[in-house]
Design a protein around this ligand. Structure first.
Ligand code: SF4
Ligand code: SF4
Length: 93
């Protein structure tokens, strides 16, 4: 299942999407330690699977939380995506 965390405002769409199908077989949960802002947490979902989600407090300010990882020029690979070797994480901006 793809879970979207974020919001839409006048300046654009700011969503982090996690494909939780990958999380159920993830060997390391690297997103938790890979994000320098600690945006990810592991929870047990309704199907008793351990999956990642963006923590509640961060969801309404992901644009600002992620700003340091996303300079306007010469944007490097995002730490969260690099840490998630199964490829479950995408960003809309
Ligand atoms: S590293 Fe990726 S696949 Fe593993 S738990 Fe985190 S988001 Fe899911
Ligand atoms: S872009 Fe940076 S702050 Fe945002 S989720 Fe990824 S690692 Fe965390």
């Amino acid at each position: 299942m793809k879970a979207n965390y974020g919001y839409l405002d006048g300046s654009g769409q700011y969503f982090i999407t996690i494909d939780t199908d990958h999380c159920t077989t993830c060997p390391h949960h690297g997103c938790v330690t890979g994000c320098p802002k600690g945006l990810f947490e592991i929870i047990v979902d309704d199907y008793d699977d351990c999956v990642s989600q963006v923590n509640e407090a961060a969801r309404k300010k992901v644009k600002y939380e992620c700003a340091a990882c996303k300079p306007m020029a010469n944007r490097p690979p995002l730490p969260c995506m690099a840490a998630c070797t199964p490829g479950a994480i995408t960003h809309s901006w």
